[in-house]
Design a protein around this ligand. Structure first.
Ligand SMILES: Cc1cc2nc3c(=O)[nH]c(=O)nc-3n(C[C@H](O)[C@H](O)[C@H](O)COP(=O)(O)O)c2cc1C
Length: 211
């Protein structure tokens, strides 16, 4: 008989290595994205070894719930575009500031580059961690704060704006310290979060979005 396992043990791919993630409520996913961090996007299939990774600065929350939706701009100039078209799933990962230089480098090389060694995962010391949800992998690394598995919900604006409406189906945040996210001001200039100002007491009209 197989040994009894408690949640988070052995065959749970999200607790198997040093960096561990806990599930995060889908209805709160906007809280991860609303601050507008630079994101990593993983597309393709781990199983078929077509998985790729890139950086994006253009994205936004579209709606909170029923279902939550996130828009990303991911254009045909990216190799990842064809992968998103083919598999219609991706993972959005939130890196912390310690990874800022690597994120810029990830966004300055392509799987299609003639001189690419073909493996951005190895080059940037990122782990493509298998999962059994809709997407095929999580992006794991010491400076990855969260992963959001998404499916393509709507492609109405892809042709015109390279804009994909994504529906998060599962989200994970790293255990431990929350970490510092960073934002792109354009031209490779990044800014990190500063002082936290808690104005939740004033959110009198939006009680449904408070814990
Ligand atoms: C800071 C930063 C932000 C970026 N933002 C976007 C973006 O919002 N949308 C996009 O399509 N490409 C964006 N890129 C460019 C892609 O990351 C880049 O084209 C990448 O090489 C694509 O990789 P791939 O061809 O292997 O898919 C950004 C790059 C950087 C460095």
């Amino acid at each position: 008989m197989a040994p009894k396992q408690t949640p988070g043990q052995a065959d749970d791919p999200c607790t198997n290595s040093v960096v561990q993630f806990d599930t995060y409520p889908l209805e709160h996913v906007y809280r991860l994205v609303e601050p507008d961090p630079v994101l990593l996007v993983a597309t393709g299939s781990l199983h078929e070894v077509t998985h790729n990774i890139m950086a994006i600065g253009f994205h936004m929350m579209m709606q909170h719930e029923s279902p939550p939706l996130i828009d990303i701009t991911l254009g045909p100039w990216d190799t990842s575009f064809a992968l998103l078209q083919k598999y219609r799933t991706c993972v959005l990962a939130i890196p912390s500031v310690e990874m800022a230089s690597d994120v810029v480098d990830i966004g300055n090389c392509s799987a299609a580059d003639a001189d690419a060694d073909g493996d951005k995962w190895k080059r940037f010391a990122l782990e493509a961690r298998p999962i059994q949800q809709v997407a095929t992998l999580l992006i794991a690394g010491p400076h990855i704060l969260a992963n959001i598995e998404c499916v393509v919900e709507d492609t109405a604006f892809v042709r015109k704006y390279a804009m994909w409406a994504l529906r998060p189906v599962k989200a994970w945040t790293r255990r431990g310290e929350p970490g510092t996210i960073f934002h792109h001001r354009g031209q490779g200039i990044m800014v990190t979060d500063g002082e936290v100002i808690d104005l939740s007491q004033r959110m009198v009209e939006w009680q449904e979005f408070l814990d």
